[in-house]
Design a binder for this molecule. Structure first.
Ligand SMILES: Cc1cc2nc3c(=O)[nH]c(=O)nc-3n(C[C@H](O)[C@H](O)[C@H](O)COP(=O)(O)O)c2cc1C
Length: 252
Protein backbone atom coordinates (compact mmCIF):
# COMPACT_ATOMS: atom_id res chain seq x y z
CA UNK A 1 0.00 0.00 0.00
CA UNK A 2 1.43 3.32 -1.10
CA UNK A 3 1.08 6.40 1.04
CA UNK A 4 1.42 10.01 0.07
CA UNK A 5 -0.30 13.30 0.93
CA UNK A 6 -3.21 12.78 -1.47
CA UNK A 7 -3.90 9.18 -0.47
CA UNK A 8 -3.58 10.00 3.20
CA UNK A 9 -6.18 12.77 2.87
CA UNK A 10 -8.60 10.49 0.99
CA UNK A 11 -8.23 7.67 3.53
CA UNK A 12 -8.93 10.09 6.35
CA UNK A 13 -12.12 11.45 4.83
CA UNK A 14 -15.05 11.93 7.14
CA UNK A 15 -18.14 14.05 6.44
CA UNK A 16 -18.21 17.23 8.50
CA UNK A 17 -21.53 18.52 9.78
CA UNK A 18 -20.37 21.25 12.17
CA UNK A 19 -18.36 24.20 10.86
CA UNK A 20 -16.80 27.32 12.35
CA UNK A 21 -18.48 30.58 11.48
CA UNK A 22 -15.83 31.43 8.94
CA UNK A 23 -16.71 31.84 5.26
CA UNK A 24 -14.29 30.69 2.56
CA UNK A 25 -11.62 33.17 1.50
CA UNK A 26 -11.55 34.47 -2.07
CA UNK A 27 -8.48 32.30 -2.73
CA UNK A 28 -10.24 29.18 -1.44
CA UNK A 29 -13.29 29.96 -3.56
CA UNK A 30 -11.20 30.52 -6.70
CA UNK A 31 -9.34 27.27 -5.99
CA UNK A 32 -12.61 25.35 -5.70
CA UNK A 33 -13.90 26.72 -9.01
CA UNK A 34 -10.60 26.15 -10.80
CA UNK A 35 -10.33 22.56 -9.57
CA UNK A 36 -13.86 21.87 -10.81
CA UNK A 37 -12.99 23.46 -14.14
CA UNK A 38 -10.09 21.04 -14.66
CA UNK A 39 -12.13 17.87 -14.06
CA UNK A 40 -12.37 15.37 -16.95
CA UNK A 41 -15.57 15.88 -18.88
CA UNK A 42 -17.51 13.44 -21.04
CA UNK A 43 -17.00 14.14 -24.76
CA UNK A 44 -15.58 17.57 -23.77
CA UNK A 45 -19.13 18.86 -23.28
CA UNK A 46 -18.52 20.46 -19.83
CA UNK A 47 -22.09 19.73 -18.80
CA UNK A 48 -22.02 20.96 -15.21
CA UNK A 49 -22.19 24.18 -13.25
CA UNK A 50 -21.75 25.16 -9.62
CA UNK A 51 -24.12 27.53 -7.86
CA UNK A 52 -22.70 29.20 -4.73
CA UNK A 53 -25.63 30.19 -2.52
CA UNK A 54 -24.91 33.62 -1.09
CA UNK A 55 -28.31 35.04 -0.20
CA UNK A 56 -29.35 34.43 3.43
CA UNK A 57 -33.07 34.08 2.63
CA UNK A 58 -32.33 31.57 -0.09
CA UNK A 59 -30.06 29.63 2.28
CA UNK A 60 -32.88 29.52 4.83
CA UNK A 61 -35.33 28.29 2.18
CA UNK A 62 -32.94 25.53 1.11
CA UNK A 63 -32.25 24.55 4.73
CA UNK A 64 -35.99 24.28 5.40
CA UNK A 65 -36.53 22.05 2.35
CA UNK A 66 -33.50 19.94 3.25
CA UNK A 67 -34.52 19.60 6.89
CA UNK A 68 -30.87 19.43 8.09
CA UNK A 69 -29.72 22.27 10.31
CA UNK A 70 -26.18 22.54 8.90
CA UNK A 71 -27.40 23.15 5.33
CA UNK A 72 -26.70 26.79 4.46
CA UNK A 73 -25.60 27.52 8.05
CA UNK A 74 -21.93 28.04 9.02
CA UNK A 75 -19.54 27.67 6.09
CA UNK A 76 -20.47 27.91 2.41
CA UNK A 77 -23.19 26.12 0.44
CA UNK A 78 -22.69 25.00 -3.15
CA UNK A 79 -25.17 23.26 -5.43
CA UNK A 80 -23.65 21.06 -8.14
CA UNK A 81 -25.80 21.18 -11.26
CA UNK A 82 -26.06 18.81 -14.20
CA UNK A 83 -26.32 21.51 -16.83
CA UNK A 84 -27.41 21.04 -20.43
CA UNK A 85 -28.87 24.56 -20.73
CA UNK A 86 -25.60 26.17 -21.83
CA UNK A 87 -24.99 23.71 -24.65
CA UNK A 88 -28.63 23.81 -25.74
CA UNK A 89 -28.32 27.60 -25.89
CA UNK A 90 -25.15 27.33 -27.97
CA UNK A 91 -27.05 25.16 -30.46
CA UNK A 92 -30.16 27.33 -30.45
CA UNK A 93 -28.32 30.62 -30.77
CA UNK A 94 -26.23 29.21 -33.61
CA UNK A 95 -29.37 28.06 -35.40
CA UNK A 96 -29.40 24.29 -34.90
CA UNK A 97 -32.01 22.11 -33.19
CA UNK A 98 -31.54 20.53 -29.74
CA UNK A 99 -30.22 17.24 -31.16
CA UNK A 100 -29.81 14.66 -28.35
CA UNK A 101 -29.86 17.20 -25.52
CA UNK A 102 -33.10 15.78 -24.11
CA UNK A 103 -32.00 12.13 -24.01
CA UNK A 104 -31.23 9.99 -20.97
CA UNK A 105 -27.79 9.26 -22.39
CA UNK A 106 -26.79 12.93 -22.49
CA UNK A 107 -28.33 13.53 -19.05
CA UNK A 108 -26.28 10.67 -17.58
CA UNK A 109 -23.15 12.15 -19.13
CA UNK A 110 -24.01 15.46 -17.45
CA UNK A 111 -24.47 13.57 -14.15
CA UNK A 112 -21.06 11.97 -14.64
CA UNK A 113 -19.41 15.35 -15.27
CA UNK A 114 -21.14 16.86 -12.24
CA UNK A 115 -20.20 14.06 -9.85
CA UNK A 116 -16.57 13.99 -10.97
CA UNK A 117 -16.36 17.77 -10.48
CA UNK A 118 -17.97 17.32 -7.05
CA UNK A 119 -15.40 14.75 -5.93
CA UNK A 120 -12.46 16.72 -7.33
CA UNK A 121 -13.66 19.72 -5.34
CA UNK A 122 -14.22 17.51 -2.28
CA UNK A 123 -10.63 16.26 -2.39
CA UNK A 124 -9.30 19.79 -2.93
CA UNK A 125 -11.38 21.01 0.02
CA UNK A 126 -9.88 18.38 2.33
CA UNK A 127 -6.37 19.13 1.04
CA UNK A 128 -6.88 22.73 2.23
CA UNK A 129 -7.76 21.39 5.71
CA UNK A 130 -11.38 22.32 5.18
CA UNK A 131 -14.24 19.85 5.52
CA UNK A 132 -17.49 19.15 3.68
CA UNK A 133 -20.65 17.12 3.70
CA UNK A 134 -22.37 16.02 0.48
CA UNK A 135 -26.05 16.95 0.47
CA UNK A 136 -28.27 14.52 -1.40
CA UNK A 137 -31.05 15.81 0.81
CA UNK A 138 -31.46 18.81 -1.51
CA UNK A 139 -33.69 16.55 -3.61
CA UNK A 140 -36.04 15.45 -0.84
CA UNK A 141 -38.55 17.98 -2.21
CA UNK A 142 -37.26 18.35 -5.74
CA UNK A 143 -40.09 20.41 -7.24
CA UNK A 144 -39.85 23.04 -4.50
CA UNK A 145 -36.05 22.99 -4.67
CA UNK A 146 -36.15 23.80 -8.40
CA UNK A 147 -38.21 26.88 -7.57
CA UNK A 148 -36.00 27.85 -4.65
CA UNK A 149 -32.92 27.68 -6.89
CA UNK A 150 -34.62 29.50 -9.79
CA UNK A 151 -33.12 27.17 -12.39
CA UNK A 152 -33.90 27.20 -16.12
CA UNK A 153 -34.95 24.12 -18.07
CA UNK A 154 -32.25 21.53 -18.76
CA UNK A 155 -30.59 22.08 -15.38
CA UNK A 156 -30.92 19.59 -12.52
CA UNK A 157 -29.47 20.01 -9.02
CA UNK A 158 -27.55 16.80 -8.34
CA UNK A 159 -25.86 17.34 -4.99
CA UNK A 160 -25.27 20.10 -2.50
CA UNK A 161 -21.99 20.52 -0.65
CA UNK A 162 -21.63 22.37 2.64
CA UNK A 163 -17.99 23.39 3.01
CA UNK A 164 -16.07 25.10 5.77
CA UNK A 165 -13.57 24.97 8.57
CA UNK A 166 -14.40 21.86 10.64
CA UNK A 167 -15.63 22.38 14.18
CA UNK A 168 -15.73 18.64 14.95
CA UNK A 169 -13.55 15.59 14.37
CA UNK A 170 -15.84 12.59 13.82
CA UNK A 171 -14.57 9.02 13.93
CA UNK A 172 -13.74 7.33 10.65
CA UNK A 173 -16.74 5.36 9.38
CA UNK A 174 -15.75 1.78 8.56
CA UNK A 175 -16.32 0.66 4.96
CA UNK A 176 -17.13 -2.76 3.51
CA UNK A 177 -14.04 -4.97 3.25
CA UNK A 178 -12.47 -4.86 -0.21
CA UNK A 179 -13.43 -8.47 -1.04
CA UNK A 180 -17.07 -7.34 -1.27
CA UNK A 181 -16.53 -4.33 -3.51
CA UNK A 182 -13.43 -4.86 -5.65
CA UNK A 183 -13.19 -7.83 -8.01
CA UNK A 184 -10.18 -9.02 -9.95
CA UNK A 185 -11.15 -10.22 -13.40
CA UNK A 186 -14.64 -11.54 -12.63
CA UNK A 187 -17.60 -10.25 -10.65
CA UNK A 188 -18.27 -12.53 -7.70
CA UNK A 189 -21.97 -13.44 -7.86
CA UNK A 190 -21.74 -15.84 -4.90
CA UNK A 191 -22.46 -13.21 -2.32
CA UNK A 192 -23.60 -14.62 1.02
CA UNK A 193 -24.97 -12.19 3.60
CA UNK A 194 -23.51 -14.37 6.40
CA UNK A 195 -20.05 -13.22 5.30
CA UNK A 196 -20.96 -9.75 6.51
CA UNK A 197 -21.13 -10.85 10.16
CA UNK A 198 -17.72 -9.45 11.01
CA UNK A 199 -18.36 -6.19 9.19
CA UNK A 200 -21.68 -5.83 11.00
CA UNK A 201 -19.78 -6.17 14.30
CA UNK A 202 -17.31 -3.48 13.22
CA UNK A 203 -20.13 -1.12 12.24
CA UNK A 204 -22.04 -1.83 15.47
CA UNK A 205 -18.93 -1.01 17.49
CA UNK A 206 -18.48 2.21 15.50
CA UNK A 207 -22.03 3.36 16.30
CA UNK A 208 -21.66 2.30 19.92
CA UNK A 209 -18.41 4.17 20.49
CA UNK A 210 -18.82 7.31 18.41
CA UNK A 211 -19.16 10.69 20.08
CA UNK A 212 -22.57 11.74 18.74
CA UNK A 213 -25.86 9.96 18.08
CA UNK A 214 -24.73 6.65 19.61
CA UNK A 215 -26.98 3.72 18.87
CA UNK A 216 -27.10 0.00 18.27
CA UNK A 217 -26.94 -0.42 14.54
CA UNK A 218 -25.30 -2.61 11.92
CA UNK A 219 -24.84 -2.39 8.17
CA UNK A 220 -27.29 -5.17 7.27
CA UNK A 221 -29.81 -3.68 9.69
CA UNK A 222 -29.57 -0.37 7.87
CA UNK A 223 -29.90 -1.93 4.44
CA UNK A 224 -32.90 -4.03 5.44
CA UNK A 225 -34.49 -1.04 7.18
CA UNK A 226 -35.93 2.34 6.25
CA UNK A 227 -33.20 3.41 3.80
CA UNK A 228 -34.58 1.27 1.00
CA UNK A 229 -38.22 1.41 2.00
CA UNK A 230 -40.88 4.07 1.74
CA UNK A 231 -39.52 7.51 2.40
CA UNK A 232 -41.49 10.34 3.87
CA UNK A 233 -40.20 12.79 1.29
CA UNK A 234 -41.10 13.78 -2.27
CA UNK A 235 -38.14 11.95 -3.80
CA UNK A 236 -40.46 9.90 -5.98
CA UNK A 237 -41.09 13.19 -7.82
CA UNK A 238 -37.53 13.11 -9.20
CA UNK A 239 -38.44 11.44 -12.54
CA UNK A 240 -41.26 13.97 -12.95
CA UNK A 241 -38.90 16.85 -12.20
CA UNK A 242 -36.41 15.55 -14.76
CA UNK A 243 -39.10 15.49 -17.43
CA UNK A 244 -40.34 18.93 -16.39
CA UNK A 245 -36.78 20.13 -16.94
CA UNK A 246 -36.80 18.64 -20.45
CA UNK A 247 -34.37 15.88 -19.40
CA UNK A 248 -34.58 12.14 -20.16
CA UNK A 249 -37.55 12.71 -22.46
CA UNK A 250 -36.83 9.38 -24.22
CA UNK A 251 -37.33 7.45 -20.92
CA UNK A 252 -40.72 5.74 -21.02
C1 LIG B 1 -24.43 11.11 -2.71
C2 LIG B 1 -24.35 11.41 -1.23
C3 LIG B 1 -25.35 12.10 -0.61
C4 LIG B 1 -25.27 12.39 0.75
N1 LIG B 1 -26.24 13.16 1.32
C5 LIG B 1 -26.11 13.52 2.62
C6 LIG B 1 -27.06 14.42 3.18
O1 LIG B 1 -27.99 14.87 2.54
N2 LIG B 1 -26.87 14.77 4.47
C7 LIG B 1 -25.85 14.30 5.23
O2 LIG B 1 -25.75 14.67 6.39
N3 LIG B 1 -24.92 13.46 4.71
C8 LIG B 1 -25.03 13.08 3.42
N4 LIG B 1 -24.08 12.25 2.85
C9 LIG B 1 -22.93 11.80 3.65
C10 LIG B 1 -23.02 10.31 4.00
O3 LIG B 1 -23.95 10.12 5.01
C11 LIG B 1 -21.62 9.85 4.41
O4 LIG B 1 -20.73 10.01 3.34
C12 LIG B 1 -21.62 8.39 4.85
O5 LIG B 1 -22.41 8.19 5.99
C13 LIG B 1 -20.20 7.92 5.17
O6 LIG B 1 -19.63 8.75 6.16
P1 LIG B 1 -18.30 9.57 5.92
O7 LIG B 1 -18.50 10.45 4.70
O8 LIG B 1 -18.08 10.38 7.17
O9 LIG B 1 -17.20 8.59 5.68
C14 LIG B 1 -24.16 11.95 1.50
C15 LIG B 1 -23.14 11.24 0.85
C16 LIG B 1 -23.22 10.98 -0.48
C17 LIG B 1 -22.10 10.25 -1.17
Amino acid sequence: MINNFTIDKILNHRSIRKFKNQPLSKDQLTTIYTVAQHTPTSMFMQNFSILHITDQDQKAKIRKLAGQKYVGAEGDLFIFLADLYRNQQIREQLGVDDGRVHTTDIFLQAMEDTLLAFQNVANAVESMDLGYVPLGVINDHPMQMLEALDLPKLVFPVLGMQVGTPDQHPQLKPRLPLEFTCFEGKYNKDFDVKELRNYDKVVTTYYDLRDSNRRIDSFTKQITGAKLENHETDRDQIPMVLQKQGLCLDWK
